[in-house]
Design a protein around this ligand. Structure first.
Ligand SMILES: Nc1ncnc2c1ncn2[C@@H]1O[C@H](COP(=O)(O)OP(=O)(O)OP(=O)(O)O)[C@@H](O)[C@H]1O
Ligand SMILES: [Mg+2]
Length: 386
C-alpha cells in the first residue's frame, strides 16, 4: 500500500497541512513538541479506530477550539493506492462524534474500516510490548492479526462480548444477587461461545507467533551484523495450549467447567484467552542461559526486540494478505546505537514498504539518501519540504 497524499485539518496542532507526495521513505524532522508524532498518529488513526496514545476524541480537537460554540471539523484524510485501486479514506470528528469515510461514503462499523489502510507502527510506547503487562502483548497480537483477518476480529469481538456477559453472572453470584444453580444454566450458552471462539483465536495466535519467530530470527541476524548475536525466543502461554498444541473445543469447555467454582467466589472468569501471554526471552551470544526480556533486557535491547517484532509483524501482514502495510516509526532512533540505526535504514531500504519516520535529527537516514526519500521539517504544526 502506498499513501499518495495526506491532509490534516484541525487535528491537534496541525491546523491545515497537506503532504502531497510523500516518498517511499519519508522523514519528518523537527525539535521536540513541533507536531511530528501528531502526523504519525493521524495517519495511524486511518488504520485503526483507536490511537496508540491513550487519547479520547476530544484530545484531537485543537485546544483553541475546545470551548468554541461553533461546530469545528477535525479531519485526517489520505489517498491510498493498493495494487490498481485508489481510494480516499477520511476520519472526521464533529460535535464529539467520529465519522469514517471511504471514497466519500460514510462507513458505519469500525470493523469495515479495518484493512482500508494497513499499518504497523512503532512508537515509544511499543517498548511496553517487551516490558509491560500481558495485555499490551495481547493487544499487539490482536491488532496485527485483525488487520489481515476479518474472521479473527469478529471471533475476538464475540469472545469478549460473551466473556463480559459471563463475568456479570459470576459477579452477581459472588455478590449473592443470583442463585448459583440458575447462574450455571445462564452461563452455559456464553461458555459454549467462548470455548468455540477461544479455539479459533488461540490457533491463529499460535500460527502468528510461529510465523513471527521465523521472521524475527532472520531480522536479528541482520541487526546483529558483526556484534554479539541477540536472540529473542517467543512462547505463547495459554490455559488452552498443551504440549504446544491448541486444545479441542470440548477440552476447552472442560477447562472452563473446572474453573467455575473459582469464578463464583471471585466474581470473574479465571480462565480464558484474556489471560494469555507472549513470553519473550533473550539469549545473548557468549552469556549463560535465556532470560525473560521483560526483566533483563537493556533499553536498546528492549527497543530492538520491540522493533524486530513490529517489522516481523509487517512481514506477516504482507505474506498473509499479499499487500504491504505502511510502516510508521515514531522516534525510533532514540536509544539505538549507530550500528543499529544503520542496520535499520539498510533493512528498510531493502524492502518495499512505504515508511514514515519521525526524528529530532534525520542525519542517520540522510547518509543513505536516495531519490525515493522525502525529508520534511516540522515546526509549530507546519510541515515544510526540505
Ligand atoms: N489538542 C491539541 N491542540 C493543540 N495542540 C496540541 C493538542 N494536542 C497536543 N498538542 C501539542 O502538539 C505539539 C506537538 O506534539 P507532538 O507530540 O507531535 O510533538 P513531537 O514533534 O512529536 O515532539 P517530540 O520530539 O517531543 O516527540 C505539542 O506541543 C503538544 O502539546
Ligand atoms: Mg514525538
Amino acid at each position: 500500500m502506498i499513501v499518495k497524499e495526506i491532509s490534516f485539518l484541525n487535528f491537534r496542532n496541525l491546523l491545515g497541512e497537506k503532504i502531497t507526495s510523500p516518498g517511499r521513505l519519508t522523514v519528518f524532522e523537527g525539535d521536540n513538541g513541533q507536531g511530528k508524532t501528531n502526523i504519525v498518529e493521524g495517519i495511524y488513526l486511518l488504520t485503526q479506530p483507536r490511537s496508540f496514545r491513550q487519547s479520547r476524541l476530544l484530545d484531537f480537537v485543537p485546544w483553541a477550539y475546545r470551548n468554541s460554540s461553533a461546530s469545528v471539523l477535525t479531519s485526517v484524510a489520505a489517498t491510498v493506492v493498493s495494487g490498481e485501486l485508489e481510494r480516499s479514506i477520511e476520519l472526521r470528528i464533529e460535535d464529539s462524534r467520529r465519522f469514517l469515510m471511504v471514497n466519500g461514503n460514510p462507513v458505519s462499523q469500525a470493523g469495515s474500516f479495518l484493512g482500508q489502510l494497513t499499518a504497523v507502527e512503532f512508537t515509544p510506547s511499543s517498548l511496553e510490548i517487551v516490558r509491560g503487562q500481558p495485555l499490551t502483548r495481547r493487544q499487539f497480537i490482536d491488532r496485527i492479526i485483525s488487520q489481515v483477518d476479518r474472521g479473527y476480529f469478529e471471533s475476538l469481538v464475540r469472545f469478549h462480548r460473551s466473556l463480559s456477559s459471563a463475568n456479570s453472572i459470576f459477579s452477581d453470584v459472588a455478590k449473592r444477587k443470583r442463585v448459583r444453580r440458575e447462574a450455571e444454566a445462564e452461563l452455559s450458552p456464553w461458555l459454549k461461545i467462548m470455548s468455540a471462539e477461544a479455539v479459533v483465536l488461540v490457533k491463529k495466535r499460535q500460527e502468528f507467533i510461529a510465523c513471527l519467530q521465523g521472521i524475527l530470527s532472520e531480522l536479528q541476524d541482520h541487526f546483529s551484523g558483526d556484534s554479539r548475536r541477540e536472540t529473542a525466543t517467543l512462547r505463547y502461554s495459554s490455559d488452552f495450549v498443551k504440549d504446544g498444541a491448541t486444545l479441542s473445543v470440548n477440552e476447552v469447555a472442560s477447562v472452563f467447567a473446572v474453573a467455575l467454582e473459582k469464578g463464583f467466589v471471585s466474581g470473574w472468569s479465571h480462565v480464558g484467552i484474556q489471560r494469555d501471554d507472549l513470553e519473550i526471552s533473550l539469549t545473548i551470544e557468549g552469556e549463560v542461559g535465556a532470560h525473560l526480556a521483560r526483566l533483563t533486557a537493556s533499553q536498546g535491547q528492549a527497543r530492538s526486540i520491540a522493533l524486530g517484532l513490529k517489522l516481523a509483524a509487517a512481514e506477516f501482514m504482507k505474506n498473509s494478505s499479499g499487500t504491504s502495510p505502511i510502516i510508521l516509526l515514531d522516534d525510533v532512533d532514540s536509544e539505538l546505537d549507530y550500528k543499529r540505526r544503520r542496520s535499520l535504514c539498510e533493512y528498510l531500504m531493502g524492502k518495499d514498504y512505504q515508511v514514515f519516520i519521525t526524528t529530532t535529527s534525520g542525519a542517520w537516514v540522510k547518509e543513505h539518501k536516495t531519490d525515493d526519500m522525502k525529508f520534511y521539517r516540522v515546526e509549530r504544526g507546519r510541515v515544510f519540504v526540505q
